[in-house]
Design a protein around this ligand. Structure first.
Ligand SMILES: [Zn+2]
Length: 463
């Protein structure tokens, strides 16, 4: 069977280059499935090429007006009774443009599938423009409203279910891909949760506290433990236990407050519950519509997050998964991740030792100097190994479409995607048995040269 060849593309690209123009380029890359960004507050999915980055050879070379929200027409009847309402994107370039309505007919004519890509990310802070958003925010361990919405807040859950129902009923979609690039309180404190996060522990809102108490977890002990962990992770208690490393004190805290680990898992189960509600909602409305998940890159760096993203369990509520395997930028991102944990629980341990521990526990063979990671990236063999690992976990219950790195933006000293790199990563994913691939992060960043290489590679395999 022909593999699915997907591409992620934001609304602005169709406006800038015309629907037919984008589809012409995509078809030259043998793309047969569009993952159209329909809901996002995140520049990783929407917007033009990031300013200062090399022009990709298509699209305008200039700034854009990014506000985030919905890039399709929303219908009020689906949102009745929810505190959050329809929120159309105010981006100047896409006013009056419904990306699904505009793209679906042409995509159908060309035999291309259309998936709606919905991203839950809100670390841009643009959600502050959405009326009533403060009412769905998490509560941190000190009881303050947090920067992010709570996935157990019924109003927030209902908003996503409204949005999904609206899209499934209003557009003839082949599928929905939902993504959330967030982690639980333990990951957030120890690893700072990746880019643009604040390292605070959460969520202690009434909904999460009730869920915790139903599981027999003492929420006050959990909050107390997390406040101590937050202090430890920032070196605030170094003087109190001289002689014991931060890692030893971290273990001591886990032994004293087992609620820390329990609250972390409670948070993660909240995300799983939201995913299961979305999956079941779509299947209730139209069983033909495929439901899958963007599994963010953190899964490649954090053993804690990887332990939670158990593909054998995820398979039960998935038609497909897209595990991110951006090998070129992975070195840079793993380097940054190690630098985070070095400052929290591995203070005093040298970089190379932490990196070697991580790469071996994660199953990476890149035995290189730690500081060479950004420039070298991870190999395409990482793509092969991670594809095989995902397929093994999913066990044939869902399709696996690795997300591949096509010009994912990084600073100039970092390994960049070229035609040879993308050809190798496609070959690695498909040779490992992937059901398809998804070119990422977004079309507006991808160079024409690399997209041509994608087409050549796939045509070469077909022969
Ligand atoms: Zn909560």
């Amino acid at each position: 069977m022909r593999p699915l060849v997907g591409i992620q593309v934001g609304a602005i690209s169709f406006v800038d280059e015309g629907v037919e123009g984008v589809l012409d380029v995509a078809q030259k890359a043998e793309v047969n499935a569009l993952f159209v960004a329909t809901q996002a507050f995140d520049r990783g999915l929407q917007g033009r090429q990031i300013l200062g980055r090399p022009h990709p050879g298509h699209g305008p070379d200039g700034p854009d007006d990014h506000w985030g929200g919905s890039y399709v027409q929303q219908h009020g009847e689906f949102y009745r009774g929810t505190v959050l309402e329809p929120f159309p994107a105010a981006d100047r370039e896409v006013q009056g443009f419904d990306v699904l309505e505009s793209v679906l007919p042409s995509a159908r004519d060309r035999g291309m599938k259309v998936f709606s890509f919905i991203l839950e990310n809100s670390h841009s802070g643009l959600t502050k423009n959405v009326p009533n958003w403060p009412k769905v925010l998490q509560h941190d361990a000190w009881g303050r409203s947090d920067m992010y919405a709570c996935m157990r807040n019924p109003e927030y859950i209902n908003w996503w279910l409204s949005l999904v129902e609206d899209q499934v009923k209003s557009y003839a979609l082949d599928g929905i891909m939902f993504g959330s690039e967030r982690n639980g309180p333990l990951g957030n404190v120890l690893e700072n949760g990746g880019f643009a996060r604040d390292g605070k522990p959460y969520c202690f809102c009434p909904h999460c506290v009730s869920a915790g108490e139903r599981r027999g977890i003492d929420s006050r002990r959990a909050a107390e433990g997390y406040i101590k962990l937050h202090e430890l992770a920032r070196g605030g208690d170094d003087s109190k236990a001289p002689g014991d490393s931060s890692f030893v004190r971290f273990l001591r805290l886990l032994l004293t407050y087992p609620e820390i680990m329990a609250w972390e898992q409670l948070w993660h189960e909240g995300y799983e519950e939201l995913q299961k509600r979305i999956y079941g909602t779509v299947k209730f409305l139209n069983p033909q519509v495929q439901v899958g998940w963007h599994v963010w890159h953190h899964n490649s760096f954090s053993p804690l997050y990887r332990a939670q993203m158990d593909f054998t369990k995820i398979a039960d509520y998935s038609d497909f998964i897209k595990p991110v395997m951006y090998n070129n930028c992975a070195g840079y991102r793993l380097h940054a991740h190690i630098n985070e944990v070095k400052q929290s629980i591995f203070r005093g341990v040298d970089d190379q030792t932490i990196y070697d521990l991580y790469r071996q526990t994660l199953g990476y063979e890149e035995a290189i100097a730690f500081d060479d990671l950004p420039a070298q990236g991870l190999s395409t063999d990482y793509v092969r190994r991670e594809t095989a690992r995902a397929l093994g976990g999913i066990g044939g219950k869902a399709s696996v479409y690795p997300g591949l790195d096509v010009n994912v933006p990084t600073p100039p000293h970092v390994k960049q995607t070229g035609p040879a790199e993308i050809a190798d990563s496609i070959t690695s994913a498909l040779d490992a048995g992937a059901d398809g691939i998804i070119l990422s992060r977004k079309y507006s960043e991808m160079s024409l040269e690399n997209l041509e290489a994608v087409g050549q590679t796939l045509r070469g395999r077909a022969l």
